[in-house]
Unconditional design. Structure first.
Length: 254
């Protein structure tokens, strides 16, 4: 596979080495490199006739909770079969490198698959929730995915309430605590890096603009150009699983 632009890698590495606080936003492109289909990818088999953008909506769950929970169970089963890629691992290494020197790398993700945590990252800000737990509609309690039998759809909690995925659907508000943490990280960082996301979904698309307005350096890693490409200080085109290990190596975080 073609190596990323060495000059751009060096520029980003130099920028990171001079920073104390970094904020990173990751999107579906990072998980796609582990083999996990994005919402825009065509589904296979039984689910090919459904529009994922419609199933991932609170109204769809209210209309047909069985259909929606069966689909999410299928997606989550696929997600657990995927493994963290070299990009996930490199980000975790960079986070450890910063923290070992008294700085920080705040990792904000739009992904719900838990691959960053499995790759070694800590304190991940999951702006769209997580597949690792489901939530009881009767009590609000969170139940670990592995503790759910899935012998009925939707499944039920021990309290008798329906369980739903603990993710944020279209039509729902982002979790206030995660949103506040992401906004604080964006406001306080010296460098903001956007990885594997189109930068078109709000409010997450505004994080990089907030960082830039406060004087932070900005960078983007993506397979293709995005609306942000001409605005960031460093743009690296290519798979994050290739680019990030190169950046981490150049920083000295390997």
């Amino acid at each position: 596979m073609e190596r990323p632009d060495p000059a751009a890698v060096a520029r980003l590495a130099d920028t990171l080495r001079s920073a104390s606080n970094v904020a990173v936003l990751t999107g579906a492109g990072v998980s796609a490199e582990s083999g996990l289909a994005t919402f825009r990818d065509k589904e296979e088999g039984l689910w090919s006739k459904y529009d994922p953008m419609e199933l991932a909506h609170i109204d769809a769950f209210n209309r047909d909770p069985e259909l929606v929970t069966r689909w999410y169970h299928w997606r989550f089963t696929r997600a657990r079969e995927c493994e963290p890629n070299a990009g996930h691992i490199a980000l975790a290494g960079l986070q450890h490198w910063f923290r070992s020197r008294g700085g920080d790398l705040a990792l904000i993700t739009q992904n719900v698959d838990g691959l960053h945590q499995r790759g070694g990252a800590a304190d991940v800000i999951e702006i769209h929730g997580t597949i690792l737990t489901w939530r009881c509609l009767a009590t609000g309690a969170h139940v670990e995915l592995d503790e759910i039998g899935f012998d009925t759809f939707p499944p039920s909690s021990d309290a008798g309430g329906l369980l739903r995925p603990n993710v944020i659907w279209f039509g729902e508000s982002l979790p206030p605590e995660a949103l506040e943490a992401a906004e604080q990280a964006s406001s306080a960082c010296d460098v903001f890096v956007s990885i594997g996301t189109s930068g078109m979904v709000w409010p997450t698309a505004g994080f990089i603009e907030e960082a830039k307005s406060r004087g932070a350096a900005t960078a983007e890693i993506n397979l293709e150009p995005t609306p942000m490409t001409d605005q960031v200080d460093v743009s690296l085109l290519g798979p994050s699983a290739v680019v990030l290990p190169s950046v981490a190596e150049a920083v000295g975080a390997t």
